[in-house]
Design a protein around this ligand. Structure first.
Ligand code: BG6
Length: 489
């Protein structure tokens, strides 16, 4: 049976409540926590958006999202109806003056000491305005918290402006910058694997590791978010945040404790040690791609330019050879790759060990060890080892996975969506899995240098067919180093 830690009663205000993230992820996650009995009955969830809606109509939207996105065996109409009694809607235009924030003020009246949380699931351009209004309307109290969805800006300067503006109302201890990749089971398991097992840490360095690969491949395209995505591209959308956070957890030194600041300080050290790109290194160590029409899982997918409706130089794929300049990782490349409309949906971290120094079983017997951490779709950890093939007739070496598949070992436990854990962490006030301001700055500093180098070169992204592994230049990036992406059939 899964266990959970109780949380105090809370009032959660979701700005951008009628948006895709809110209906697809936030409300279904809250409903799941409710079904598990984790949400105290005095809690209230208030959806805020500009649309003219009554609470009943908004509840209906949440209900429909439940029917659409919940796995069939998790649909529980009666409990969903119960949950919806805790949900209200307040119509507020975030840019309107404080006098027009009455609906939210009344919804939050009689807080009775509930933990108060404002979740900004809106465009980042609204973050500062909303924080200011919350101060002006006195809805932000000295203990209330704010959750900021990524992206925090589109470069270092804009992210600083957001952090300054929001920081004028909410101090750092009350600011939760969410990166939902940190809420994924395998990602947290990575920390446990590294720091709860004595046998892992001594081999976790350039002495034994050849290189690391981080792949986040999606089958989906831009799904109605073309406006946002075309101004962003894969580097800003996925690498600056999710993939760099994964890199940090692979590369960080052991924190002294599991305290939020102990972990975040170690992550910051990794981000600050990332080797900066310049025009020359960007040209040889990175690849930008954009999908053209193709077949994804047997279905025709249009070209990206067709989806956004005009020719565009935005990348939907990126492959990067990143380097971490510290003693542990010098000389160990971190190959990062992400793309939309790829052949399969697969997010994976591959830690590839060096080959044995002397091939006493013959050249080419077996393969270098690999630790493969699968984030999705089937979460699990596999360690590829070389073993003797059983039976007589000589010594044949076979490479086989030692499978710590979550599904088998921990059968029957439902893996919660990343947002379920992160939302409850906000209520508990646990910042461990949220990005600190200096981390965001360091990640943008690295990303900005790469964006500037790409900009300077003016090169267009390489086209790749939807449904493929990305442009061939991505394979060449590793091939030049005598390596290859781990792309199991
Ligand atoms: C979001 C990006 O942060 O993460 C999306 O904006 C992307 O473009 C999504 O599709 C991927 O998340 P997940 O959990 O489905 O891998």
């Amino acid at each position: 049976m899964a266990e959970f830690i109780p949380v105090p009663p809370f009032d959660l205000v979701v700005f951008g409540a009628t948006g895709d993230l809110s209906l697809r992820k936030l409300f279904p996650s809250l409903l799941h926590r409710y079904l598990d009995g984790q949400i105290p009955p005095q809690s209230r969830i208030i959806g805020v958006a500009r649309s003219e809606l009554e609470t009943d109509a908004f509840r209906q939207m949440v209900h429909e999202a439940h029917l659409k996105f919940a796995p069939k065996d998790h649909i529980d109409e009666a409990k969903c109806a119960d949950f919806l009694k805790h949900v209200e809607y307040a119509r507020v235009d975030a840019t309107a003056p404080p006098s027009e924030w009455g609906a939210l003020k009344s919804a939050l009246a009689n807080g009775n000491g509930n933990v108060r949380i404002f979740y900004l699931s809106t465009a980042p351009s609204l973050f500062v305005t909303i924080a200011q209004r919350l101060a002006e309307t006195e809805l932000a109290t000295s203990t209330s918290r704010i959750v900021l969805e990524k992206p925090i800006g589109r470069d270092l300067a804009s992210s600083r402006a957001i952090n300054d503006g929001v920081g004028a109302v909410f101090d750092e201890q009350r600011t939760f910058r969410i990166d939902h990749y940190l809420g994924k089971e395998t990602v947290q398991n990575l920390l446990v694997l590294r720091f709860a097992n004595m046998l892992v840490e001594p081999v976790w360095s350039r002495a034994t590791i050849d290189h690391v690969q981080i792949t986040v491949a999606e089958e989906l395209g831009v799904e109605g978010r073309a406006d946002y995505y075309d101004k962003s591209g894969a580097l800003r959308d996925m690498v600056q945040n999710h993939i760099l956070q994964l890199l940090c957890l692979v590369a960080l030194e052991s924190p002294n404790t599991m305290d939020a600041d102990a972990i975040r300080t170690e992550k910051l050290k990794v981000l600050s040690a990332l080797h900066p790109f310049d025009a020359k290194s960007a040209a040889t160590k990175t690849v930008r791609g954009q999908y053209k029409a193709g077949l994804v899982s047997g279905a025709k997918a249009p070209a990206y330019a067709e989806e956004v409706g005009h020719p565009t130089g935005t990348e939907t794929f990126v492959a990067i050879k990143a380097e971490v300049d510290n003693w542990r990782w010098a000389g160990v490349p971190f190959y990062l790759r992400t793309g939309k409309r790829m052949g399969v949906r697969r997010s994976e971290i591959v830690v590839q060990f060096k080959d044995t120094p002397v091939p006493i079983f013959g050249a080419g017997a077996g393969a270098p060890n690999k630790l493969v951490l699968r984030l999705q779709p089937d979460e699990g950890v596999r360690l590829w080892l070389n073993m003797k093939e059983p039976g007589p007739g000589g010594l044949r070496v076979k490479t086989a996975p030692l499978d710590l598949s979550f599904a088998e070992e921990f059968g029957g436990v439902r893996y919660p969506d990343a947002y379920e854990r992160l939302l409850m962490d906000v209520v508990r006030g646990n910042l461990s899995l949220f990005m600190r301001r200096d981390e965001v700055d360091a990640a943008w500093t690295w990303a900005d240098a790469l964006l500037a180098a790409w900009n300077e070169s003016g090169a267009e992204p390489f086209l790749y067919p939807a449904g493929s592994n990305g442009p061939t230049q991505s394979a060449l990036l590793l091939d030049r180093d005598g390596r290859a992406w781990w792309d199991p059939e």
